[in-house]
Design a protein around this ligand. Structure first.
Ligand code: NDP
Length: 282
């Protein structure tokens, strides 16, 4: 049994990005990410700070826009329009959730697809669904990297994804399919979920319910990717997988924290690099 070290794999990816950024800097190009935060949600502030830190680590320039809660939708859209036009800005990230008076869908649609480093724009989701993704949603792309960099070949494997959200479950399923996995996507209406999960060679849990997947729901040798991040009453984080009962049966498993979590930002850095190279036609 191997515990997949998401911290190490995310550091490896950031180091690969950093190396390529150094080569770009030699050519006078520095990738640049604009991060927009509206309001003072403490969790969002932490995420934004971590994203800026990762940019610094990789040599990516970060532009930070910390706007008051009272910012109107028009003002936010105007900022996005100006960043869309700015040739020095390669990626635009609007930290979610936005205050209630701002329409999130409208905002995400306004970001030019080439600069949509979160991979949430319907254009990029469409490319993903036809197997031609350029900017892939970061957390789902991170799940695939964890599997592949653990030496697991996805081709022909039975992959069960529990969860069908637009930001995790669905794109994970599409990416596994692109890797030639045989994919089953489950959700709250799935019948005999445990039986379906037991068929999995690779199981991805993106449910949002602590310790939901238990040892009796998996088969020996399964590869388990736990996307869940749940805060328990004692303040500790736990995943959607009951690590204690599943780990003894798994061939590979991600812990929480230290599994999928750190991958999201690493993949964001990779997307900034991809966006920059594409815009500069390199
Ligand atoms: P959502 O709440 O949007 O989706 C949850 C999915 O789980 C839904 O498709 C839902 O089905 C399904 N589900 C809920 N209950 C059951 C059940 N009893 N049986 C089977 N399926 C069920 O969550 P997200 O996809 O946004 O996030 C999932 C988890 O991943 C959360 O813990 C979140 O915190 C974490 N997360 C972690 C990230 C990271 O960086 N590591 C990034 C994003 C999320 P239905 O569609 O039928 O309602």
């Amino acid at each position: 049994m191997a515990i997949i070290d998401g911290k190490q794999i995310s550091t490896d990816i950031k180091n690969e990005v950093k190396k390529e950024v150094i080569e770009l800097l030699d050519k006078g190009i520095q990738p640049c990410l604009a991060v927009i935060l509206v309001g003072e949600n403490p969790a969002s502030q932490v995420y934004v700070r971590n994203k800026k830190r990762a940019c610094e680590y990789c040599g990516i320039k970060s532009l930070s826009y910390e706007l008051p809660e009272s910012t109107s939708e028009e003002e936010l859209l105007a900022l996005i329009d100006s960043l869309n036009l700015d040739p020095d800005c390669n990626g635009i990230l609007v930290q979610l959730p936005l205050p209630k008076h701002i329409d999130e869908d409208k905002v995400l649609l306004r970001i030019k697809p080439e600069k949509d480093v979160d991979g949430f724009h319907p254009y990029n989701v469409g490319l993903l669904s036809i197997g031609k993704a350029q900017l892939k949603a970061c957390t789902p792309a991170g799940c695939i990297e964890l599997i592949k960099r653990s030496g697991v070949d996805i081709t022909g494997k039975k992959c069960v994804v529990v969860g069908r959200s637009n930001i995790v479950g669905k794109p994970v399923g599409m990416l596994l399919l692109a890797e030639n996995g045989t994919v089953i996507t489950c959700h709250s209406k799935t019948k005999d979920l445990a039986e379906v999960c037991r068929q999995a060679d690779i199981l991805v849990a993106a449910i949002g319910k602590p310790k939901f997947i238990t040892g009796d729901m998996v088969s020996d040798g399964v590869v388990v990717i736990d996307v869940g991040i749940n805060r328990m009453d004692d303040g500790k984080l736990c995943g959607d997988v009951d690590f204690e009962s599943v780990e003894p049966k798994a061939s590979h498993i991600t812990p929480v924290p230290g599994g999928v979590g750190p991958m999201t930002i690493a993949m964001l850095m990779q997307n900034c690099l991809i966006a920059c190279k594409k815009q500069k036609a390199m």
